[in-house]
Design a protein around this ligand. Structure first.
Ligand code: ADE
Length: 225
């Protein structure tokens, strides 16, 4: 999978992909993440990529020309399955969306800033608008990093134990059950007996019941679907 990210702050996207699972996915050739500085596509002297909004009001708007140039250049090189715009007014990211995106070959992610991008960019190019939650960040970069992390770990071969993505929270509309490791007793608190029993059937039944209880308690909305 190839992911091209267009941003005015490429430095914000250096560390999230340079460690652990994201780095390993790239080392294995399973994900190629390319970060593009939008200012490289501005043809004015000061490399400005924003302007005052028509109609007045506080806040700058990201201009059409540099974004269009960046997207057109990428589109001339390959076909993209999705051109995503990170914005608080997009559809809220969930595991189903991540599962779908992990099946794509090439995607572009455009990070918004200031008051956002000129609407014509959204009308012309954007195929999907994603929010990571009902709050406003300073820009789309951290949101884009979250989308990339959540999607890339689902690409087959990225996780060592492929089944571990299948047992994540949300994969079956249930939160994950509690987990324990050694020691078997800490400050008088014991690991549930069933997990020490060595009986896989009992363990599976306990985990399923715990997952259901936890979901009912914390995220009853997931059970309504
Ligand atoms: N840009 C600013 N806030 C955002 C959010 N909540 N989700 C996605 N992109 C954003």
């Amino acid at each position: 999978m190839r992911i091209d990210i267009i941003t005015v702050l490429p430095q914000l996207l250096e560390s999230p992909f340079a460690a652990s699972i994201m780095q390993r996915a790239q080392d294995k050739g399973l994900a190629a993440i390319h970060v593009h500085n939008l200012r490289d596509y501005a043809d004015n002297k000061h490399r400005n990529v924003d302007d005052y909004q028509y109609g007045g009001g506080a806040g700058m708007v990201m201009s059409v020309e540099p974004i269009s140039k960046a997207i057109e250049k990428l589109k001339a090189e390959r076909t993209y399955d999705e051109i995503i715009y990170m914005t608080p007014d997009g559809a809220v990211l969930d595991q189903a969306m991540c599962n779908q995106l992990s099946l794509k070959q090439n995607i572009i992610i455009l990070c918004g800033h200031y008051k956002g991008v000129d609407q014509r960019i959204r009308d012309l190019y954007i195929t999907k608008e994603i929010s990571i939650g009902s709050y406003v960040l300073s820009g789309g970069e951290l949101a884009a990093a979250i989308v990339v992390d959540a999607v890339v770990r689902l690409i087959p071969g990225v996780l060592n134990d492929e089944t571990s993505a299948l047992t994540d929270s949300f994969q079956d509309n249930l939160l994950a059950p509690p987990v324990y490791t050694r020691p078997p007793e800490f400050m008088g608190m014991k690991v549930p007996e069933v997990l020490l029993s060595g009986n896989p059937k009992d363990v599976a039944a306990w985990r399923e019941a715990q997952a259901y209880e936890r979901t009912k308690d914390r995220r009853p909305d997931l059970l309504e679907d």
